[in-house]
Design a protein around this ligand. Structure first.
Ligand code: NAD
Ligand code: MG
Length: 359
């Protein structure tokens, strides 16, 4: 049952996000309606394919498609050029031509890699996102960023490439490990905190339902998140301006991930820490009051997400924050919450002072 359709307005690259509970089996019809032809290469991994590939295959075959499964090893460690080559090899071996397409079935790692394969194989073939983690449903499947990691840094190789559609089935979240699920909630809080105060209140009022993975609450939370992100992306597809607001909580979050070498926190957990610190900093600059700051910290705590910056000397944080040349030259563009539901971008040059606020 398709409950909601959200439009991502990007001119001729516009597409729909279809959202519901138990709708994975409609993927064949969706592809037909999009006019997609030829073979469907389903790019997935060894965790997700055993859970959901049968449903996707049956739906696609019922709609008259040939289906090819490309099952990759699971993990961020495999988001690299060797695994990307594995996708290309499978597409070449399967004789996929420009009349074929890719279905990305999995979390953000699969979506980013399959999307980049679609962007580059034969100079671009269509693809559809079937995101199966909460993070990928509310964040990575919307907006068209695709790519892989390079040994020297995350997401260094990639392209902006929009899917033809995104089909989100919140039922797939039932099998998601608890920690991954909560980490996805962290990214959802971000949208409320800086872009939609009513949504923030909805989250506060629905913590229990969300943690119980109540489908109605999840559909609402995912739908609101997608439409907020879609609106931002529609204004700033290539991140030249307002899209930076989506980095709320991410500046310090990334520093935490770097300092802990990506081993201690999931991305959404690091972002949760970053948001609690960002709220402190926003209060310090006078953009929100103590009550706003407390609400952000309370929601993050209620969702079982971490809040404390791990203990590293502040010079280490400053170093992690200023790795990029732009920051060293012009300072850091720090995203503050203005009250709750709005934002203010603050150019910060004294990074040591910024860290002192968090202490
Ligand atoms: P992930 O893709 O690694 O998935 C997390 C884990 O959950 C994996 O082990 C996966 O196999 C498993 N899994 C996925 N769906 C499942 C299900 N339904 N049931 C059981 N297990 C399931 O991680 P993620 O958090 O989804 O995505 C992180 C990636 O997304 C990062 O590489 C990040 O760079 C990228 N990202 C991209 C964007 C973008 O705009 N393109 C935005 C945010 C993040
Ligand atoms: Mg993020």
């Amino acid at each position: 049952m398709i409950v909601q359709t959200i439009k991502v307005a990007l001119g001729e690259r516009s597409y729909d996000i279809q959202l519901g509970a138990g709708i994975l089996g409609t993927i064949g019809t969706v592809c037909r309606e999009l006019g997609l032809t030829g073979t469907a290469a389903v790019v997935s991994n060894t965790t997700v394919a055993p859970l959901y590939f049968d449903t996707v295959r049956a739906a696609m075959e019922a709609a008259g498609y040939q289906v090819l499964l490309v099952s990759l090893p699971d993990g961020e460690a495999y988001k690299n050029s060797a695994t990307l080559n594995q996708i290309y090899d499978a597409l070449v071996d399967g004789s996929l031509d420009r009349g074929s397409f890719i279905l990305a079935l999995g979390g953000g790692v699969i979506g980013d890699m399959a999307g980049f394969a679609a962007a580059s194989y034969l100079r671009g073939i269509p693809f559809v996102q079937l995101p199966t983690t909460l993070l990928s449903q509310v964040d990575s499947s919307v907006g068209g960023k695709t790519g892989i990691n390079h040994p020297r840094g995350k997401n260094l190789i990639g392209a902006f490439y929009q899917p033809k559609a995104v089909l989100i089935d919140v039922m797939t979240l039932d099998t998601l490990p608890e920690r991954e699920f909560r980490a996805g909630l962290g990214e959802i809080v971000k949208y409320g905190a800086v872009l939609d105060g009513d949504f923030f209140r909805f989250l506060e009022e629905n913590v229990d339902a969300l943690l119980a993975r109540d489908k109605e609450a999840l559909i609402q939370a995912v739908a609101r998140s997608c439409s907020i992100k879609a609106k931002v992306v529609a204004v700033d597809e290539r991140e030249g301006g307002v899209r930076a607001v989506l980095n709320y909580g991410h500046t310090l979050g990334h520093a935490v991930e770097t300092l802990t070498e990506y081993t201690t926190y999931l991305h959404g957990e690091a972002v949760a820490i970053g948001m609690v610190q960002a709220a402190k900093i926003s209060k310090h600059f006078g953009y929100c009051n103590q009550a706003d700051r407390d609400r952000i910290a309370a929601l993050i705590a209620a969702l079982g997400l971490p809040a404390e910056l791990p203990a590293f000397p502040s010079e280490k944080y400053v170093e992690a924050l200023s790795h990029d040349k732009k920051v060293r030259d012009k300072g850091l563009l720090f995203i503050c919450n203005r009250g709750i539901g709005a934002y203010k971008m603050e150019r910060v040059t004294d990074l040591k002072a910024l860290l002192d606020i968090c202490a």
